[in-house]
Design a protein around this ligand. Structure first.
Ligand code: PMV
Length: 354
């Protein structure tokens, strides 16, 4: 019979890198030139919710993002769908009279509906939450039996940073050595409960879409920036080890120093790219300036800042008390909604889908 439908819904948070991924060694498999480390945000604040459905009555694979149909023709979607389908297992539900053999999945079509509760492509890592959620939901629907590491390697082929959103807490994405990319996977360094004093505040400087996509930006940096060459060979490997230790010891001073330095070096690489890429704007720079002064005044760092491929500031406060003081100062010096800032978003370090 053709009248059945199977559905799975999943929810995935976004993640913010504290040691940044910038540069690919393989563009189609999305293999990075360096390891990266991120924190996964609380899914209540910044997340993607995706429902995937399969039915013999569907004529083709289709997807809707925030209610609008989008094309699945791009290589990234096709790669994720192909990888998941090739790992599908059989499904039986006698009561409903549904029986899907392993080989049937190749010919069954999917309908996918996905919602972001935050602005798409504004440097808030929407693709990270999106592809993590899509691949996780599809894996469930198609009874894929592989572990989260293998699932993360599939999400990686949608968007590099997506592989890190499969886990909560602190996550490392290993560059890997294999040309197939099978060891370029994410792993959890510490769960969300390990360091739950931290509070994340995102200052939304602009919700406009960014001008240079991360894919184009990375390609140009790899081709033209000598600073990037130095960064991935000499700087990041040491920082990764130091950051892992800082997270293990909940050493906020080192954590903040490394996080800010790595964000600044990433944006310096963008400036060192030909033609230069500007992701931050005047407001971003003023926020950095303000945080640096505050940390200096306090003697020990109270807040870490980091910026991705956009002008929005991700601020990580040492604890709840600091976060309150931070929010008060931000509201005073950078009051939204105004020309400078649209809003603040709170995102505790947390986990994840069911
Ligand atoms: O995975 P992409 O293509 O969204 O690139 C992410 C790049 C940065 O956000 C700037 C850094 C990172 O590690 O997330």
């Amino acid at each position: 019979s053709k009248d059945w439908i199977l559905m799975v819904t999943a929810k995935s948070p976004t993640n913010i890198a504290v040691i940044k991924y910038w540069g690919k060694r393989d563009e189609s498999l999305i293999l990075p030139i360096n390891d990266s480390i991120s924190v996964t945000l609380d899914p209540d604040h910044l997340c993607t919710t995706t429902t995937v459905a399969v039915s013999p009555s569907f004529r083709s694979d289709r997807m809707w993002l925030n209610g609008k149909e989008i094309s699945l023709a791009g290589g990234r979607y096709q790669n994720c769908l192909r990888e998941i389908r090739s790992r599908a297992s059989c499904f039986e539900d006698e009561k409903k009279g549904i029986s899907i053999r392993k080989e049937d999945w190749e010919n069954l079509h999917l309908h996918i509906a996905s919602y972001n509760n935050f602005p798409t492509a504004a440097g808030l890592a929407s693709s990270a939450a999106g592809f993590a959620c899509l691949v996780f939901a599809l894996g469930n629907l198609m009874c894929v039996k592989e572990d989260l590491g293998a699932i993360s390697a599939i999400a990686r082929q949608g968007s590099g940073s997506a592989c890190r959103s499969l886990y909560g807490g602190f996550v490392k994405w290993n560059t890997g050595y294999d040309v197939s990319g099978r060891d370029s996977i994410a792993m959890q360094l510490a769960s969300e409960s390990h360091w739950d004093d931290l509070v994340i505040i995102i200052a939304v400087v602009s919700s406009r879409q960014k001008e240079t996509s991360s894919t184009a930006g990375m390609r140009e940096s790899v081709e033209t920036s000598t600073l990037l060459q130095y960064r991935f060979k000499e700087v990041v490997p040491k920082r990764i080890l130091q950051m892992e230790e800082a997270i293990r010891n909940k050493d906020f001073t080192t954590f903040a120093r490394l996080t800010c330095a790595d964000s600044n070096q990433f944006h310096a690489v963008c400036l060192d790219t030909c033609p230069p890429i500007f992701y931050m704007n005047d407001t971003s720079h003023r926020i950095i300036n303000y945080m640096e002064k505050w940390n200096q005044l306090e003697g020990t760092p109270q807040v870490a800042y980091t910026f991705d491929a956009g002008p929005n500031a991700v601020l990580i406060a040492r604890n709840r008390k600091t976060a309150e003081a931070l929010l008060q100062r931000l509201l005073f010096y950078f009051p939204p909604p105004g020309a400078e800032l649209t809003s603040y978003v709170l995102g505790d370090v947390s986990i994840l889908h069911d």
